[in-house]
Design a protein around this ligand. Structure first.
Ligand code: CO
Length: 249
């Protein structure tokens, strides 16, 4: 069942999503060689409390931290740790969510650590472009698979692959609501988009194979071939004139 949100519910999700946006921009500035991922988690948690919101991921299905930090071949759900230190040339996915008055916002960016090589720059650019092409499909009357189709076409035309095992999702009074939103597929399938739906779109794009596996920690997803992966996410409302990206100013 897909729940459509009222204007006042969407306003709360806007507030949550903009707090996530602001924190991700602070983290983007903070990322430096020599920094540990647990320092980034501490910044996110402090800024969340200062804004009056609550972290959405901590305790979700037992997730131990507030932020997800996924470096290089890590796809999603990397757990921040003091022992994990960034180095020049890495890329790091920063995935964050908060709750405001019972409503969720969820977004992610992948950023370079210092200067990265040209092929990593291209991976970041194509992944962000794929998300934007997916967002452009968010309008009443379109179908869920139109989003994944747009993402997949651009990613594969650029020589990359699309992760299958994780999807985008509806979002509202829970982090994950219906529908699931695959980042691949053919157009014209799945639920029809309606005004008031709110969707978290989150393509994960790999340099090599799309196959992933989960590490011993039960959370960190990595590429099976050890090549790099990038992830961008926005929370997006369906309005009568098309997408409203709640996690963007
Ligand atoms: Co999400």
């Amino acid at each position: 069942m897909i729940v459509c949100k009222s204007q006042s519910e969407i306003e709360k999700m806007r507030r949550a999503s903009m707090i996530v946006h602001d924190i991700l921009e602070d983290l983007r500035q903070a990322v430096k060689p020599g920094m540990s991922t647990s320092e980034l988690d501490a910044i996110a948690e402090r800024k969340t409390r200062e804004s009056g919101a609550r972290p959405a991921f901590k305790g979700y299905r037992g997730y131990p931290k507030s932020l997800c930090t996924s470096i290089n071949q890590e796809v999603v759900h990397g757990i921040p740790s003091e022992r994990r230190v960034l180095k020049e040339g890495d890329i790091i996915g920063l995935d964050y969510g908060v709750i405001v008055e019972g409503y969720f916002g969820d977004a992610a960016i992948t950023v370079p650590v210092g200067t990265v090589n040209g092929s990593l720059k291209k991976l970041l650019q194509v992944t962000e472009e794929s998300l934007e092409l997916g967002i452009a499909q968010v309008r009443p009357g379109h179908r869920i698979s139109d989003i994944g189709s747009a993402v997949q076409q651009h990613a594969e035309a650029s020589g990359f692959s699309v992760v299958r095992e994780f999807c985008g999702h509806g979002i509202g009074t829970a982090l994950h609501e219906d529908p699931q939103i695959p980042n691949y597929g053919t157009p014209g399938h799945g639920p029809i988009l309606k005004e008031g739906m709110v969707l978290a779109l989150e393509p994960m794009i790999n340099e090599g194979t799309f196959q992933v596996k989960i590490l011993e920690d039960q959370w960190t997803a990595v590429t099976v071939d050890g090549r790099n992966s990038a992830h961008f996410e926005h929370t997006v409302a369906v309005t009568h004139n098309g997408p409203w990206v709640l996690s963007r100013p």
